[in-house]
Design a protein around this ligand. Sequence first.
Ligand code: MG
Length: 467
Amino acid sequence: MTANLNKTKQPNIILINCDDLGYGDLTCYGSRCNDTPHVDQLAAEGVQFTDFYMAAPVCSASRAAMLTGCYSQRIGFADYQVLFPGQAQGLNSKESTIARQLKKVGYDTKIIGKWHCGDQPEFLPTKHGFDEYFGIPYSNDMGRQVNALDRPPLPLLRNDEVIQQQPDQRGITERYVDESLQFMRRDRKNPFFLYLAHMYVHVPLFIPKQFLDVSRNGAYGGAVACIDWAMGMIDAELNRLGIKDETLVIFTSDNGSRVWGEGGSNAPLRGTKAETWEGGQRVPCIMRWPGKIAAGTTCEGIASSIDLFATLAELTGAPLPADTTLDSISLVETLMEGKPTRRDVFAYYKGPNLEAVRKGDWKLHFCKIGWAPSGLYAQVLAELYNLRDDVGEAHNVYDRHPEIVAEIEVAAEEFRRVFGDRRLGRVGTEIREAGVCKNPKPLTEFNVDHPYMIAYYDLADMPTMSG
Ligand code: MG
């Protein structure tokens, strides 16, 4: 344990995870069309990461990886990158999560918002170390829509119980904030872990009028503003309760933005959500712990959401799970002492396929797997980029650096050995199984006589994909 941690009281931890918020969507990351004063303030008071990666470019895999400190392939999510209502698979109850580990050292734990690691009773947050849950358990586009009538009504859960179906999404963030503040306010003896997993900016975008009216970036800007408002409310409450100095706040996003016309931005990065170009997986990340993390600093080292597990374990004295391999590398020395991050290599998997590997400043692309009307295709690539000089992955220097290509190939082979690479017919040797439910069924069922608040979510906002 780092020396100056020994005298440190266990901090409260607030982990804020946005949905599909892109690298270029916050003012402090360069946005010129969204206004994010409260998140910018968080950055001014903490450390802002420039090279922070989610372990997957889509939702379920990204979230399961972050909570378990493992690449999603290790925990059996290679084929379950986006879980759908009533799906049989979910996060295996044998896996350790951040919440479960923090409970072992006395934390009160709550998740508010999007879970998306399985909606069957055995996979819900209360089975994974969270004392309480309030939220929509998967994506907000998975409810009933005029052209998705086969989908069950969108559920809102309190713990394991559906308390509302097809809620008005304009009010969801306000309800999430209210739940967050109530949880923070409790007269408590224990430190708390609050995981606030926003609905925004995942489509469809239903926005409270007051945010829409002042947005310079349409509904998307309104959603970003609402996320920023939530940050302001949490900070106001931390101040009011006098616990800001004993609270670590982490702000991030589950994957890059869709940049398909809704107003999102991954600038200056290339690519979009669901891709292994930087824009799919490199996301905003800010951490603040007054007096412990130096204010107004930047971290340019490679770091990942899967590193939060070891980081929070070290900060709180929580045990690492016995006899279980993780992929998590603690960031405590970086946070507390400003040392470089210890992660030198990062694998970009899309599902079961290894698409790229980063080592140091260099990133080597092997392929891109996609979908076309004719079916699944694999585009083989031999492209090398120096991300320090060329963050937009525009200048392929593969032919000029065979020695670097060879070095990254060695690292890639190790990932293939451990996690496999289906395109090459490789099967991983260190893959654990996802949980499987025997008789899965959706949490809700459409009832023509039920007085839904919103019977069908807006047609015009129907997305083409989820996650
Ligand atoms: Mg997402």
